[in-house]
Design a protein around this ligand. Structure first.
Ligand SMILES: Nc1ncnc2c1ncn2[C@@H]1O[C@H](COP(=O)(O)OP(=O)(O)O)[C@@H](O)[C@H]1O
Ligand SMILES: [Mg+2]
Length: 377
């Protein structure tokens, strides 16, 4: 699930200042509705940044504001030290690859890739060289003379990428780049595209509603809702330490508990639907009675037929359903108090259980204190 390794950090990028792209308190209204709401965001040079959120949360609008297709009501957009907030689209050092990356159907791959440079009035020889290099980069060199309909969806997608990269933008914007591909090809293309973007070293903002896509490809991501950023960080940070219920539920699935702190300086929360308290790793510097939501990821729970020897962080219930997913199995366990818990067990963990778990079996669920995340929003 968590995927730090998919895109190796570029050497030195960890220390690079996060100010190559600066979006400062940008707002865009459409009539009564606010599509982008005083949003601020900074991106490092060479970073692949993903904006993740459900449909209508303002992702495409933000990209259109950066590319100059739409102007903001307020706020500033700065790329490589230059304030581009009011610059016309064609003068921005930015290239946008659209959701429907429609190639010109009557043109060859080569001509499609050359289109932008021709419009810029570049010399023939320069165009030829740059197009050849861009097509090589996306491994489409040997298809240069083909027409789009003679290519697979994934190949068309790579040509569209070449068409964007050939212009050497300082900032590449990708709006739902995989949405036209079916699931299997999409997964493979995520790795390929991530690899190409990584090797080019172009700074990139990608928009997606698909959390797997964001986690596979991005160095960092931002979860968006209602025109605002809810949380920002590496895929690992956001998945392991969500700060809000929205982020915890949006990325991956989780078990959420409503707890009440049982004393000053306490580590323990009482929950109405759990027989035993939830104990967190560090004392909460808060008053007795503080109410909080806690998140527990399904894969952090262990299952056993024996009662654990501890007085917190465990529960007892019956297996109500399970689904075999190949590399893991999802269990729905109905606790004695009525609450349903989701538990993901790896293939190995299931095999280690003896007897094999089945419908209606009584099981004990247990987890370590550091698996619990206290949500602050
Ligand atoms: N040109 C427009 N005119 C009016 N409303 C728009 C326009 N573009 C976007 N919106 C509205 O702004 C909100 C954000 O849209 P959008 O940025 O396309 O979301 P996303 O890309 O996250 O799905 C939506 O409520 C949408 O209806
Ligand atoms: Mg969109």
């Amino acid at each position: 699930m968590t995927n730090e390794a998919a895109r190796p950090q570029k050497p030195g990028m960890g220390e690079a200042p996060a100010d190559f792209v600066r979006i400062v308190e940008v707002t865009k209204h459409f009539g009564e509705s606010t599509a982008v709401d005083s949003l601020s965001l900074s991106i490092k040079k060479g970073e692949l940044f993903a904006l993740l959120g459900s449909s209508g949360c303002g992702k495409s609008t933000l990209l259109r504001l950066i590319s100059g297709l739409t102007l903001p009501d307020s706020g500033r957009i700065i790329v490589d030290g230059e304030d581009i907030t009011l610059l016309p689209s064609y003068r921005r050092p930015v290239n946008m690859m659209f959701q429907s990356y429609a190639l010109f159907p009557h043109m060859t791959v080569e001509a499609n890739a050359a289109y932008g440079l021709k419009r810029e009035g570049r010399a023939k020889e320069e165009i030829r060289e740059r197009v050849a290099a861009a097509l090589e980069l996306v491994q489409m060199g040997k298809y240069a003379k083909r027409k789009p309909h003679q290519l697979s969806g994934g190949q068309q997608q790579r040509v569209a990428l070449a068409r964007s990269l050939v212009k050497r933008p300082k900032l590449l914007l990708l709006d739902e780049p995989m949405s036209a591909l079916d699931k299997k090809i999409r997964q493979q293309t995520q790795f390929e595209l991530g690899h190409i973007l990584y090797s080019v070293g172009v700074t990139c903002i990608m928009v997606t509603h698909d959390q797997e896509e964001a986690m596979t490809m991005a160095d960092r991501l931002a979860v968006m809702s209602d025109g605002r950023i809810v949380q920002m960080g590496t895929p690992h940070q956001v998945y392991e330490t969500p700060t809000s219920r929205f982020a915890a539920e949006f990325i991956g699935s989780t078990n959420l508990f409503g707890g009440v702190l049982d004393g000053d300086e306490s580590r323990s929360f009482e929950c109405a639907d759990l027989a035993n308290p939830l104990q967190v790793p560090n004392a909460m510097n808060a008053k007795k009675g503080m109410v909080a939501q806690l998140s527990l990821r399904p894969e952090r729970i262990t299952m056993s037929a024996q009662k654990p020897h501890k007085d917190s962080n465990w529960a007892c219930g019956k297996i109500e359903q399970y689904a075999y997913m190949g590399s893991y199995t999802v269990f729905h366990v109905r606790l004695d108090g009525g609450r349903l818990m989701m538990v993901d067990l790896s293939r190995m963990a299931v095999r280690a259980l003896d007897p094999a778990p089945d419908y209606g079996d009584t099981v004990y669920l247990s987890w370590d204190a550091d698996c619990l995340v206290v949500l602050t929003k």
